[in-house]
Design a protein around this ligand. Sequence first.
Ligand SMILES: [Fe+2]
Ligand SMILES: [Fe+2]
Length: 270
Amino acid sequence: MRILFLGDVVGRSGRDAIVAQLPALRTRLNADLVVLNGENASHGFGLAPDMARAFLVAGADVVTLGNHAWDRKELIPYLETEPRVIRPLNFPPGTPGRGHYEVVLADGRRALVVQAMGRLFMDALDDPFRGAQAVLAPYRMGTGGVSAIVVDFHAEASSEKLSFAHSFDGRVSLVVGTHTHTPSGDHHILVGGTAYMTDAGMCGDYDSVIGMQKGAAALRFWRKVPGEKLSPADGEATICGCFVETDDATGLARSIVPIRIGGRLAQALG
Ligand SMILES: [Fe+2]
Ligand SMILES: [Fe+2]
């Protein structure tokens, strides 16, 4: 299976890039499955339902969220009607939405997309390790099962991301981090066959502080006075993520390459 994963879409810059470029990118890569993280699409905070719809129309099969899942309240009823938008699985029982979604491709192949959220330097959610273990328990990859399993691990700390990935090495096709908005250079295939990248990076303007206008963001460190309003930077976005090819017979990865298209970052075109 050919899998395109794109990191946190930030503000109008990121949204416009995705809506304008994802259809052609999906075609050029001949991607079977496209997953993107939409938690920062609405002015940097949350995901409005119309933006989720736009991403799905542009070619995303699943949209993931994160710690900003609830910043736009109108997403809560939308999650009940749109299972292709998922939030981290380790929110407490009773939380709206779901933490995984099973995609059925046009050719009948199935893929599972899962999101979990780390706890180091993050909100104290339920255990993402045991939570993911429980969600994955009924699923097997390869012939007779799902062709691929993609896990978006939304977390701050690289140590937690690596610990999670090694814990599920061989059980899933890809563990890719989101949330730091900075693409890591450590994309590789773990010894058990799971593709890994600590962070996919953001789809947004990199002339910024993690997607937000740099002046106001820097002032928060210079002056410890609350109230500096953060707005997304509005220059050209770099579309960031990774492209993974897996073996349908085993679900394991054959290759992982970075994607960085447009904007200020050195380009990597898959
Ligand atoms: Fe984010
Ligand atoms: Fe986040």
